[in-house]
Ligand binder design. Structure first.
Ligand SMILES: Nc1ncnc2c1ncn2[C@@H]1O[C@H](COP(=O)(O)OP(=O)(O)OP(=O)(O)O)[C@@H](O)[C@H]1O
Length: 470
């Protein structure tokens, strides 16, 4: 105690009684204070991204990357700045935060609803309750931040540290494969780390719907409610699949209210904003807007390179920087595909027994494109292969039967038609007995979502793709 006081007096004497420190000194002091008091991930999220601009008239101006950062600084860190300045130099200052992106973000949040597309009525309903587990790889530590996801990352971190308080619900939205599931699960991991006894439930919206329907069929509604309402953090992925599921929406409405009223945190993801999800009940749309909606946009080149480097390091791969840049330059809108490209290059190098270089990467990715879309492959070829594989008839794939063992192969055939041929969505719909293009979109989204967690399906699709290769 005495020692601390001595140090403090020394500091003041050193300043010769002048109580106004310069900007750098004060900031250094604050940085070291935060370094000691915040976790490493919080420090890099809030402090390393902040820039002190000026100190004048007892006002410290700090630039932060987004309105969300500004909000967090104002609500949580500002008092520490005031206390810190007082402790450091005995001055009273008011911190002022400025965010460049604030106006843009506001505009985005207020953006008008786009015309909502129709969605297919078909729904494949597996009859089992799913286990929901977090993927151990989806943590904050493995998540690379960049311009497109900085705000979403910061929001996710706030929620993991202060669940149910600041942003409830947190709604993360954005294009395919941009890290929404990763961030959402990182919240779960982080909460379990800081509050080991917490109950975290991760579920896709489809699994929620299936669990609900099963609970009705098995007369286990009470059990269902216990499972979903007795949690501290509920993570529901790909909420856009609630479209058209009236009963499920109704149940989710009550689940939401229950959790919200008990100050339990809810995190949702979707490929679009709540008001852009077709047939989502207005009362859900408005509730989803109570908290914070943040979008994730495709990563810039620098971030893509950083993601690849992280992944290469994690797998102990020795890949030159220019090769990583080359791969990152080839795939610009989907991190899942970016990672897939790296795996592909790695496998290609192994087969060729050569080190990974830029020219090898170029060869590997060229052959990937050729394989993904074999020339002359027709929808009819895909239908025959899928029908044979799942032991159904081609007529059934083109027909209207809604039984599960036909609907699922039909959706897989549509998925493959979209992935492996250049046919347009309406054309694919036409080839499946004149179905609407939205049916094809729905089928594609559904299979893609399943592929994320279903290892067996991954193998089946790979096998089918191999069979379809020329
Ligand atoms: N910023 C990032 N840093 C590290 N890995 C990332 C990042 N963004 C995405 N990924 C990785 O990319 C893959 C796809 O991410 P994820 O499944 O979270 O995307 P998504 O947005 O949920 O996709 P979908 O729209 O298909 O639901 C995952 O393996 C994830 O770990």
């Amino acid at each position: 105690m005495i020692r601390e006081k001595e140090q403090f007096l020394f500091k003041m004497t050193k300043k010769g009684g002048i109580n106004v420190p310069n900007l750098e000194e004060l900031w250094q002091y604050l940085e070291s204070y935060f370094q000691q008091h915040l976790s490493a991930v919080s420090y890099s999220t809030w402090i390393e991204t902040a820039k002190p601009l000026k100190l004048a008239n007892h006002q410290l101006t700090i630039e932060v990357p987004s309105s969300l950062h500004k909000d967090y600084w104002e609500k949580v860190l500002a008092t520490k700045v005031v206390e810190g300045a007082y402790a450091f130099a005995n001055i009273e200052i008011t911190p002022v935060f400025v965010s460049k992106e604030e106006e843009d973000a506001q505009e985005k949040a207020d953006s008008d609803a786009l015309a909502a597309p129709e969605v297919d009525q078909e729904a494949n309903i597996p009859t089992f309750m799913r286990e929901t587990r977090l993927n151990s790889k989806y943590t904050f530590e493995t998540f690379v931040t960049g311009k497109g996801n900085q705000m979403a990352h910061a929001a996710a971190l706030v929620v993991s540290e202060e669940p149910g308080v600041l942003y409830n619900p947190l709604f993360l939205y954005g294009g395919v494969g941009l890290g929404k599931t990763h961030l959402m699960q990182a919240i779960g991991h982080q909460l379990l780390k800081t509050h080991p006894g917490s109950k975290v439930k991760y579920v896709t919206s489809e699994a929620f719907a299936n669990d609900f329907i099963n609970s009705i069929q098995n007369k286990e509604q009470e059990k269902f409610r216990q499972e979903y309402r007795n949690v501290d953090l509920l993570l529901v992925d790909d909420i856009q699949f609630f479209a058209d599921k009236e009963g499920t929406q109704e149940e989710f409405f009550h689940t939401f209210n229950d959790l919200y009223n008990n100050k339990k945190q809810i995190v949702l993801t979707s490929d679009r904003l709540p008001n852009e999800i077709p047939k989502l009940q207005e009362r859900l749309v408005s509730r989803f807007k109570w908290g914070l909606s943040v979008d994730i946009t495709p990563p810039d080149l620098e971030t893509r390179i950083a993601i690849l480097r992280n992944k290469a390091n994690a797998e102990h791969l020795n890949i030159p920087d220019d090769t990583l840049s080359y791969i990152a330059g080839q795939i610009d809108s989907n991190v899942r595909e970016l990672e897939g490209a790296l795996v592909r290059v790695q496998a290609y190098a192994r087969t060729k027994e050569e080190p990974i270089t830029t020219s090898l990467a170029a060869d590997a990715l060229k052959s990937l494109n050729a394989e993904e879309k074999p020339k002359d492959l027709t929808i009819t070829d895909i239908q025959s292969a899928v029908a044979k594989y799942y032991q159904v008839s081609v007529a059934d794939l083109k027909g209207k039967k809604r039984v599960k063992n036909i609907v699922w192969p039909r959706q897989i055939a549509m998925y493959l038609s979209r992935e492996m041929t250049d046919n347009s969505l309406p054309r694919i719909g036409q080839e499946f007995g004149g179905k609407d293009h939205t049916t094809v979109i729905h089928a594609h989204e559904k299979v893609a979502a399943e592929l994320k967690s279903d290892e067996q399906l991954k193998e089946q699709i790979a096998e089918l793709k191999n069979k379809l290769k020329p």
